[in-house]
Design a protein around this ligand. Structure first.
Ligand code: M6R
Length: 604
């Protein structure tokens, strides 16, 4: 969590930094701050709360420096306050540092520094960093060496930027387990936690790897390992355009991203799936004959995508699949060996638990495959194989288009595996054609959202809601329930419809809203019976379906196009994403930046 940005060049640094911070605000918005090298001294401006508060500070207009670093914070150590806002300075005010990550041994380092006579004034873990640099600089008289020594002392995760009057025309950055990209300009260079923050200025990027350091001036970028040996790195061209990270006339990023789904699904299908051809993935040469079990591991929405896709792998490839939360998987000694394929799903490619789970799976000898949206992100550099969803930048904290792209891509992957394993069938061919039809079907759903808007208006003040379904409809219930919680702060639960009678039905009372998802022709009658049972107990029911329903006293039925049940999460989730969105809007909430959350969860 937290976002960092940096600029060095000939422009005034402040506007570039503020623009970058605004686009990184999804990573945290407890406080923000800037430090600019102004007439060879460090000028720091910070404020509590949103970047807007910082932007309105008149002092910023007086800063003309061309070198600067900035930070937007998701508080871990120390309350959200001006004192705890970054950048942090060392005692002599010679080194300014911004940091994304957590320094796990900061208490020891703080004690060490205090014993050496340093005074630390904030409650943060970060403040030890500029002071350690200062300490080692007093011994080494060389800033690069001082920074290398400092990061050798740090346990935990960090992406840091350092500026100093002593560095004059350079910014030094380093990272471990927190993202950091360097955008290459012409006579100027950019640093950011994430590509969209500087996509307005460049499409060419370097991705810093763990335990690497970079020394950046306006005309050069050098890389070193932690022992200060020079490292060569490749430039990556990023195809995203900057319009894709703007709101483009939509009120919120989330709404824009919901409406982008026909395109993001089409892009994700890309050339991997074509009518009457076998599926194709570049550079994916896994020996499947050797695999007897698949684990799908991820967090939050990405894990829900795994749950939705499990059915296609088991059905078409006949390989047992287990889906697990990365935060559990990493601590439960999973039964893994070289005959296991572990698939890790992540929009950001930076989720700390998913990275740790991936490292564990690798260490146990399994084959690892990452399904990621952000190109070049950390997970892609650890996994044996990576395939990308092409959803484009997802800015809203609530994931929408990344989820549908993940479910689509995983289903294509299941088909690809089935074809390699020799399980071709008419059913598989029909399934492929149905995948190709998805973008048009999503467009149909998005054509008219009025009924969902009206229902959201009726029920937005409720305290609890329930989502029920069976099979893949249950998978989508979980995702819909998470969406509602995270942006509307309404307590919600997802249940497998058949489980209701085993306890949860006790929670249903007059007026409780229950959303039923009923798209599986073999199970629709069962789910409808369960919905009847809650209606009898007074529930207000909305049903998302693509089936002929028996007569039922529901408040609203939302129709989605027919499709194979294994693909239905991709369609039936869309009205439910909109439902959460409109509920949150009715409550007057900040949809894109829900409280307590950040887009990338880069800490455990
Ligand atoms: O970047 P990742 O896909 O690894 O993120 C995983 C979860 O943190 C994420 O899906 C989270 O649950 C979303 N905010 C849900 O909308």
């Amino acid at each position: 969590m937290c976002g960092i940005v940096g600029y060095i060049g000939t422009k005034k640094a402040v506007p570039v930094l503020i623009k970058g911070l605004l686009s990184l605000e999804y990573r945290g918005y407890d406080s923000s701050g800037i430090c600019v090298l102004e007439n060879n001294s460090l000028e720091v401006v910070k404020d509590k709360g949103r970047v807007k508060n910082l932007e309105e500070n008149p002092i910023l207009n007086t800063l003309n420096g061309n070198i600067g670093i900035a930070h937007t914070r998701w508080a871990t150590h120390g309350i959200p306050s001006k004192e705890n806002a970054h950048p942090h300075l060392d005692n002599s005010k010679t080194f300014a540092v911004v940091h994304n990550g957590i320094i796990e041994n900061y208490t020891d380092l703080r004690n060490f520094l205090e014993n050496k006579g340093y005074t630390l004034i904030s409650q943060t873990d970060t403040e030890v960093i500029p002071n350690l640099i200062s300490y080692y600089y007093s011994l080494e008289n060389d800033i690069l060496k001082a920074i290398a020594k400092t990061i050798k002392d740090l346990k935990g995760s960090y992406a840091i930027e350092v500026i100093s009057p002593l560095l004059k025309d350079k910014i030094i950055v380093a990272r471990k387990d927190s993202p950091l990209v360097i955008g290459i300009g012409n006579g100027e260079n950019f640093i950011a936690s994430d590509i969209p923050a500087v996509l307005n200025y460049t499409n060419k990027f370097y991705f810093l790897d763990d335990l690497e350091i970079s020394v950046i001036s306006k005309n050069s970028i050098e890389f070193y390992d932690i022992d200060l040996n020079k490292v060569e790195k490749d430039v990556k061209d990023i195809e995203w355009d900057c319009a894709s990270s703007e709101k483009n006339g939509f009120e919120d990023y989330m709404l824009k991203e919901i409406f982008e789904q026909p395109t993001s699904i089409m892009e994700t299908i890309g050339s991997r799936l074509k009518p009457n051809e076998k599926c194709y993935f570049d550079d994916l040469k896994i020996d499947l004959k050797d695999i007897n079990r698949i684990y799908i591991v991820a967090c939050g929405t990405a894990m829900h995508a795994g749950i939705a896709a499990k059915y296609a792998f088991e059905h078409f490839c006949k390989i047992p699949v287990e889906v697990d939360m990365a935060s559990e998987f990493r601590y439960r000694n999973p039964l893994i060996d070289k005959h296991t394929l572990c698939i890790f799903i992540s929009q950001s490619g930076e989720t700390a638990d998913t990275i740790a789970a991936l490292k564990l799976a690798k260490s146990l000898g399994s084959k690892t495959l990452a399904v990621v949206n952000v190109i070049g992100s950390s997970i892609t550099r650890v996994a044996d194989y990576t395939i990308y969803t092409h959803a484009g930048p997802e800015i809203a904290v609530a994931s929408t288009k990344a989820y549908t792209a993940q479910v689509v891509l995983l289903n294509i992957l299941a088909v690809y595996f089935a074809e390699i394993l020799g399980y071709s069938s008419k059913e598989l061919e029909d399934f492929k054609m149905e995948i190709l039809e998805l973008p048009d079907k999503v467009k149909i759903i998005l054509e008219d959202t009025s009924k969902i808007q009206e229902f959201a208006k009726e029920v937005y003040s409720q305290k609890d809601m329930f989502f029920i379904g069976r099979n893949t409809d249950y998978a989508v219930s979980m995702e819909a329930s998470l969406k509602l919680k995270e942006i509307s702060y309404i307590h919600s639960e997802a249940y497998a419809a058949g489980e209701l009678k085993h306890g949860p039905i006790a929670l249903i009372e007059n007026g409780t809203t229950v959303i039923g998802i009923a798209t599986n022709p073999n199970l629709v009658e069962k789910t409808i019976s369960n919905l009847e049972e809650v209606i009898t107990r007074g529930a207000n029911v909305m049903i998302v379906t693509n089936q002929e329903l028996p007569n039922i006293n529901s408040k609203l039925n939302i129709e989605v196009p027919k499709c194979n049940p294994m693909l239905s999460p991709i369609l039936s989730v869309i009205p439910l994403q909109l439902f959460s969105y409109y509920i949150a809007k009715n409550k007057g909430l900040d949809v894109d930046k829900p409280r307590n959350l950040a887009k990338s969860v880069t800490v455990e």
